[in-house]
Design a protein around this ligand. Structure first.
Ligand SMILES: [Zn+2]
Length: 302
């Protein structure tokens, strides 16, 4: 299942503040000792009070480090600008799945999580645009910059981070111990327009089938084991023509209501359960559409 993360674009982040403090400390740690040695020897050479020299050196160092920090902060403010398009990060677990295409992942995520999270984020974006435009009212140059940034980031409104959990083994005293590692796949970023397009398509098909499944040349391959189970459960292991109940599932066939040969798709709405007798006598037999459930126990495709 995909996990959602709420985007809070009003949040002010200061990751670079801590970064600059680290740099500050690092300069002190590395440069501190030689600097101190230099100051002491310089003071001895020129007959200056050592304590005064150290205080002056520390003051100079603090001012120098402060300037360095401000420069880092300034650069970070530009990089970390809140003008960036609000992005929703979606984690998608693809453990035990073969190579998955980006649209299949997006479609599956929408089917699993519904359209509300998408709509909420698009609402957030609209609100963000409004506040940004209000902020920049009367400042043409800034609006220009802002628009340019938006254009750059429009395609990144939704970021899909797919990962799989891998089992690895550690050997201790001739014994193997399994442990799980998270392996990240490459990220996929899509625009709000793309998401709306996906929702349109899925709505048309009752959130039953992904785009890739819909357009698969071999609709039989789309019919997965879990879909078969779903159809059986939905139809209560009952032949939809004669009403014969077969709890053990043996002899139950999954039938395409509109045959594949006539453009029928392997989606829940187009599937039903038939007993072997009814499926055998169905006219669709000529289409080669009937299949014994246990003959096609193929792996999930994605
Ligand atoms: Zn029957």
């Amino acid at each position: 299942m995909g996990q959602q993360q709420k985007v809070d674009f009003n949040e002010t982040k200061h990751p670079y503040l801590w970064g600059s403090i680290t740099v500050f400390a690092a300069i002190g740690a590395i440069g501190g000792a030689p600097l101190l040695l230099f100051v002491i020897s310089y003071a001895e050479l020129h007959n200056i009070n050592i304590a005064t020299a150290i205080i002056v050196a520390i003051l100079v160092y603090v001012i120098f480090a402060f300037i360095v920090c401000m420069i880092i902060k300034g650069i970070s403010a530009i990089i970390n600008s809140r003008n960036y398009y609000p992005q929703k990060t979606i984690e998608y677990n693809i453990t035990n799945k073969r190579k998955i295409s980006a649209d299949t992942m997006v479609d599956n995520w929408i089917i699993q999580n519904g359209i509300e999270p998408v709509e909420l984020h698009i609402k957030d974006i609209e609100q963000w645009k409004k506040t940004k435009i209000d902020t920049f009212k009367g400042n043409a140059r800034k609006i220009e910059k802002f628009n340019a940034r938006c254009a750059l980031n429009k395609g990144k409104a939704f970021r899909f981070v797919s990962y799989r959990m891998q089992t690895r083994y550690q050997q201790v005293n001739y014994k193997k111990y399994p442990y799980q590692v998270r392996v990240n796949n490459e990220d996929v970023c899509v625009s709000e327009a793309f998401m709306l397009e996906r929702i349109d398509f899925l709505k048309k098909h009752d959130f039953n089938i992904t785009y890739n499944q819909y357009h698969a040349v071999d609709q039989r391959k789309v019919l997965t084991k879990s879909m078969r189970e779903q159809v059986k459960r939905r139809d209560n292991w009952t032949c939809q023509l004669c009403g014969k109940i077969m709890r053990d599932g043996v002899g139950l066939h999954i039938d395409h209501i509109v045959p594949i040969s006539r453009g029928g798709k392997s989606m829940l709405a187009n599937l039903r359960v038939l007993c072997s007798k009814c499926n055998g006598s169905k006219g669709g037999r000529l289409d080669g559409d009937e299949e014994r459930d246990d003959f096609y126990e193929k792996d999930e495709l994605y």
